[in-house]
Design a protein around this ligand. Structure first.
Ligand code: BTN
Length: 320
């Protein structure tokens, strides 16, 4: 299906005959593939008698050759899948099957994209970025301390390089623009941190999505909505790889403390009055920053407390 999509991605009309000739198949084979595009990838195709077929809106597909050409130094091996349940789940399966990290899985679409705290991550075809990087954890728990915050910094740098100057971080690792989420990070571990362990760094970025293609349960935006034009996802992946390689290198060599000030400088809610949902009961306080392990420091009723854990969620209080 992908070769056909590459011909259609410009959003212009293509006759069934021309498509068949380009791919060396019959017109009826093209027609069948177009039906699969609509059914399996939920991609609307318009058909006009006498003109042919076109996608409802143009796409810029991810391309392994373009990505390889865009890398100035050798990066992690990478695979692009047309559709998968979740790139994180796929990486975990590949690790379980013996694939040796580091490697990256990208997908054009996720059918069960996973967000933090059991949420769904809306993942329509060809519009956004669904990226998972598998790494081996060699340094035990220390290598994991603050890791998700460091990934957030790298992601923020990549977004800024693409022109998203107003983007900032929200603890632990959301990227927001004007209070609306543009990207999120989900780290998953496999194995035992005291022994052989792998971490999957899952990154979702709303790149070119303009309409809610699912049921997004929080304020959101996309790079395209902020920048006013279609974003080249291949270029963005290359920049993200560069920034991740840089920041993960610093983190591995010097730990989170080397990046703590930079993280706090980019924390949108530094000094703000917030409420943290901890599962049991909400805690309100003023954000002091993060500690050397990446835990959130709050001043609660005059006393400093630290909070960490994947189930925590932070919101801004109206009075701050
Ligand atoms: C969040 O809730 O903010 C985290 C969202 C993480 C989504 C990404 S998309 C790529 C990777 N695969 C998944 O299933 N989830 C992450």
């Amino acid at each position: 299906m992908l070769p056909l999509l590459r011909l259609l991605q410009d959003g212009s009309f293509h006759s069934g005959e021309a498509l068949g000739a380009a791919l060396g198949v019959s017109r009826s084979a093209i027609w069948k593939q177009l039906q699969s595009l609509e059914a399996e990838l939920a991609l609307p195709v318009h058909r006009v008698r006498g003109r042919g077929y076109r996608l409802e809106s143009p796409l810029l597909l991810l391309d392994e050759n373009v990505l390889a050409a865009g890398e100035s130094s050798p990066m992690w091996p990478l695979r692009i899948l047309p559709s998968v349940d979740s790139t994180n789940a796929e990486v975990l399966r590949r690790l379980a099957g013996g694939q040796v990290p580091p490697f990256i899985i990208l997908a054009e679409r996720q059918t069960s994209g996973r967000g933090r705290r059991g949420r769904n991550w809306v993942s329509p075809f060809g519009e956004n970025l669904y990226y998972s990087l598998a790494l081996q954890v060699d340094g035990g728990m220390r290598q994991l301390e603050g890791l998700s915050l460091v990934v957030g910094l790298a992601l923020l740098r990549a977004l800024r390089a693409a022109g998203m100057t107003a983007a900032g971080l929200k603890w632990p690792n959301d990227v927001l623009v004007d209070g609306r989420k543009v990207a999120g990070i989900l780290l998953e571990l496999s194995g035992d941190p005291a022994d052989v362990c792998h971490v999957v760094i899952g990154i979702g970025v709303n790149v070119n999505m303009l309409a809610d293609r699912g049921a997004i349960d929080q304020p959101w935006t996309s790079m395209r909505a902020e920048l006013g034009g279609l974003v080249d996802r291949n270029e963005f992946v290359s920049e993200l790889n560069r920034q991740l390689s840089l920041y993960l290198g610093i983190h591995q060599a010097s730990g989170f403390s080397a990046l703590r000030d930079e993280w706090q400088d980019n924390h949108l809610w530094q000094g703000r009055n917030v409420t943290l949902t901890t599962g049991a009961r909400p805690v309100s306080g003023v954000v002091l920053g993060v500690d050397r392990s990446g835990a959130l420091r709050l001043r609660v009723a005059g006393v400093e407390q630290s909070f960490s854990g994947g189930e925590l969620s932070l919101r801004l209080n109206n009075d701050s």
